[in-house]
Design a protein around this ligand. Structure first.
Ligand code: NAD
Length: 282
C-alpha cells in the first residue's frame, strides 16, 4: 500500500533497548516499511517532563507513534488527547498513537503480561496469587492479574505504604476481587497457600543480582512468573524450575508489550511466537 511507519521510544537509558529491533524485525517479516528509533533522554540530557515537547516534535516530523517508558509513563498522561479506559484506570501509558495530529494513549504493559501469562502458562490457576513488588512494572502486572480473573491477590513490597495504596486503588477498580497488602516478611505465611507467585522487583537483574524469595517456600504445584528479563534466566526462574514449578520468564512480558504495541501501531497482528524467537536471538 506504500504505507510506512516511523516510531520512537522515549525514556531514560533506553539506547540499548530490545524493543526497537523487535519491532523492526517483525515489520521486515511483514513486508512493512518501519523505522523505530530510540530517543534516549539520558543521551539528550533532557528531563522526563520534556515528553510532551518530544511528542509534538515527533508529530510535526511525521512520526506515527511512540512507546514511552521510565520516567514518562505517568508524565505523558497530561499530554494526551485520548486515553484508553485501561490506561486511564491503570494511570500509566506506554504507547502513544498519533492520529490526525492527536495523541492517543494506550498501555500494553498490562495487556502484554496478560498475553504472556495466557501463552506461557496456559490454564494457570488464579484463585490466589502473591505478587512481590508494586512499582511501575508491578502496577501493570497486578492490573493484568485482576483482569485475568485472579480471585485473591496479595501485594507485597518493601514499601508498605506503596503496597497499601496500590491495593486500595485496585480494590476500587475490582471490587469483587480480594486484594490485600503487606511486606516481604509475610511471604512465609502467604506463599505456601497460593497458586502462583509473580516477582516484580528489580532483584535478579544483572545490576541487582540475587533472589528476593526463599525458594524453600515454593512447591512444585505452584507457578512462578518473573518480570525481570535481563537476564531472562534469573536465579528465581532457575530455582523455581528446579523445584518443579511451571515458570514464565520476563522475556515473555517484554515481547508481549511489543506484540500489542505493534498491532496498535500497524493494525496488523504480529506473529507473537516469531517475535519471541527474535527476542531470544537479540
Ligand atoms: P520500580 O522501581 O518502579 O519498582 C520496584 C518495586 O519493588 C518498588 O516498589 C520497591 O519498593 C520494590 N522492591 C524492591 N526490592 C524489593 C524486595 N526485595 N522485596 C519486595 N519489594 C521490593 O521498578 P520497575 O520499573 O517496576 O521495574 C522492576 C523490574 O521489572 C525491573 O527489573 C525491570 O527491568 C522489570 N521490567 C520488566 C518489564 C518487562 O516487560 N518484562 C517491563 C518493565 C519493567
Amino acid at each position: 500500500t506504500g504505507e510506512s511507519f516511523v516510531v520512537g521510544l522515549i525514556g531514560e537509558g533506553i539506547t540499548a533497548s530490545l524493543t526497537p529491533p523487535m519491532h523492526e524485525k517483525e515489520a521486515d517479516q511483514q513486508g512493512l516499511r518501519y523505522i523505530y528509533r530510540p530517543i534516549d533522554l539520558t543521551v539528550l540530557n533532557r528531563p522526563g517532563t520534556d515528553v510532551g515537547a518530544l511528542l509534538r516534535a515527533g508529530r510535526d516530523l511525521g512520526f506515527n507513534a511512540f512507546n514511552v517508558t521510565h520516567p514518562c509513563k505517568q508524565l505523558v498522561l497530561a499530554e494526551l488527547d485520548v486515553v484508553s479506559d485501561d490506561a486511564a484506570r491503570l494511570g500509566a501509558v506506554n504507547t502513544v498513537l498519533i492520529r490526525d495530529g492527536r495523541f492517543i494513549g494506550h498501555n500494553t504493559d498490562f495487556s502484554g503480561f496478560g498475553g504472556a501469562l495466557a501463552g506461557g502458562l496456559p490454564d494457570a490457576a488464579l484463585d490466589s496469587v502473591v505478587q512481590l513488588g508494586v512499582g511501575g512494572a508491578g502496577a501493570a502486572v497486578a492490573y493484568a492479574l485482576l483482569k485475568a480473573g485472579t480471585g485473591e491477590l496479595t501485594l507485597l513490597d518493601l514499601d508498605p505504604v506503596r503496597a497499601a495504596e496500590r491495593a486500595a486503588a485496585l480494590s476500587g477498580l475490582f471490587p469483587d476481587q480480594r486484594i490485600t497488602a503487606g511486606t516481604p516478611a509475610d511471604l512465609p505465611s502467604v506463599l505456601p497457600g497460593a497458586d502462583g507467585l509473580v516477582h516484580a522487583t528489580p532483584v535478579g537483574m544483572h545490576s541487582h543480582p540475587g533472589i528476593a524469595v526463599d525458594l524453600d517456600l515454593l512447591s512444585s504445584s505452584q507457578w512462578v512468573a518473573d518480570v525481570v528479563y535481563r537476564p531472562v534466566e534469573t536465579e528465581l526462574i532457575r530455582g523455581a524450575r528446579e523445584r518443579g514449578c511451571r515458570v514464565l520468564d520476563g522475556g515473555r512480558m517484554a515481547v508481549g508489550q511489543a506484540v500489542d504495541a505493534f498491532e496498535l501501531i500497524t493494525g496488523i497482528r504480529p506473529d507473537a511466537a516469531r517475535m519471541l524467537t527474535h527476542f531470544h536471538e537479540l
